[in-house]
Design a protein around this ligand. Structure first.
Ligand code: FEO
Length: 162
């Protein structure tokens, strides 16, 4: 059984992951409107991953005999200054999510809920990958700064994401 504090914090993380899903879906729509179909596809897959993350928390709360209560997710941004700005916002958002996960781990440890602390380790590892992916893409933007051919090349590369 989950204690109240942990249940509340896990439910809050369901909301955070759903907000990530919504934000990345909005970014995908923006990239599609810029005719960057590869980047739009990459971002749509990222959105799907976030939905998967939300569902992992959803299932875990139930598995521990808890109660899932869904909260409102905010309206996402719809416009960015450039495709690069989209990926800068992605990295900033992933850093925010990493901070949320670390706070959850600290709470689970303080409450001596080792089951939840262990469950969260998957997300600790995932966040290293998520931040690394966004940093890698931004590095490519910086390398090709201002060159349309580099942007199109990166678009094609990101479109290959499985
Ligand atoms: Fe669910 Fe991208 O963190």
């Amino acid at each position: 059984m989950l204690n109240e504090k942990i249940q509340k914090a896990l439910n809050e993380q369901v909301r955070e992951e759903m907000a990530s899903f919504y934000l990345y879906l909005s970014m995908s729509a923006y990239l599609e409107a810029q005719n960057l179909r590869g980047m739009a596809s990459w971002m749509a897959k990222q959105a799907q991953e976030e939905l998967g993350h939300a569902m992992k928390f959803f299932r875990y709360i139930h598995e521990r005999g808890g109660r899932v209560t869904l909260e409102a997710i905010p309206k996402p941004e719809n416009e960015w200054a450039s495709p690069q700005a989209v990926f800068e916002a992605t990295l900033a958002h992933e850093r925010h999510i990493t901070a949320c996960i670390y706070k959850l781990v600290e709470l689970a440890t303080a409450e001596r809920d080792h089951g939840t602390a262990s469950f969260l380790q998957w997300f600790v590892t995932e966040q290293v990958e998520e931040e690394g992916a966004a940093e890698g893409i931004l590095a490519r933007f910086h390398m090709g700064a201002g060159q349309p051919a580099a942007l199109l090349f990166l678009d094609r590369e990101l479109g290959a994401r499985q």
